[in-house]
Write a protein that binds this ligand. Structure first.
Ligand code: DX5
Ligand code: ZN
Length: 225
């Protein structure tokens, strides 16, 4: 039987004025993990959220339904911030392998803080580059858009990487979760879930935000894709 989908609303899509109230609404639905994009303006040409937003989301969900929070670290040398991010309340910390000279040491640091480890592969990052670290990785997120901005479209050439990471996982009997970040439409979610072994989906404007239906209806609908 296939794993249940892991649904991860991308908070970057929310207008900053309404983050608290919208997160409170999302927390009441059957979503799984709040996805928080942290950017330094150097690793990607944009600024995203920071520790304060992370702390706020932590407070809201701790008082509510105790959802998980992941941090997508689009920063250079993220090892400098792991303690800060862990203390602010992230449950899963994703790093890009290119952002560190020794990414495996950063994954180990994340583990020492008692958090789940995540690796994020850009469209140009190969399986070969990360395969030695997969045994110590809990979540592998594959970007189907170039990182740094919400609202971009799924790039079809990235599909093969989902297939490869799924095949590699079974071949080597590994247990990481596979997650999509970027361009999650109905068609993409359905294809990756049913055909490519992907269980996690970062959700943006295409299926979750600024829809006619409320969050609960959207989340329940995505579960059926
Ligand atoms: C982009 C971010 C994403 C973004 C996903 O760099 O990492 O989390 O929100 O894309 P959308 O929202 O367009 O699906
Ligand atoms: Zn992201």
């Amino acid at each position: 039987m296939q794993d249940k989908k892991i649904l991860c609303p991308s908070i970057l899509n929310l207008p900053i004025m309404h983050i608290a109230e919208e997160v409170t609404k999302l927390d009441k639905t059957d979503m799984d993990i709040f996805h928080v994009d942290i950017m330094d303006g150097t690793f990607v040409p944009n600024f995203g959220m920071s520790v304060r937003e992370l702390q706020m989301i932590r407070e809201i969900t701790d008082a509510g339904n105790k959802k998980l929070i992941d941090c997508h670290m689009m920063v250079m040398n993220p090892h400098r911030y792991i303690q800060m991010i862990a203390e602010a309340g992230a449950d899963i910390i994703y790093i890009h392998p290119e952002s560190e000279l020794i990414p495996s040491a950063t994954l180990e640091l994340i583990q020492r803080h008692g958090k789940k480890t995540g690796l994020i592969l850009n469209p140009s990052t190969s399986l070969e580059m990360v395969k030695d670290m997969l045994p110590i990785t809990d979540y592998v997120m594959i970007m189907a858009v170039n990182p740094g901005f919400a609202g971009r479209s799924f790039m079809p050439y990235t599909r093969q990487k989902f297939v490869d990471l799924h095949t590699y996982r079974s071949e080597y009997n590994l247990s990481y979760h596979l997650v999509l970040d970027g361009g999650a439409t109905k068609e993409v979610i359905s294809d990756l879930y049913h055909n490519c072994g992907v269980e996690g989906f970062v959700l943006g404007k295409q299926e979750l935000f600024f829809q006619e239906d409320d969050y609960e209806t959207c989340i329940n609908r995505i579960r059926l894709y």
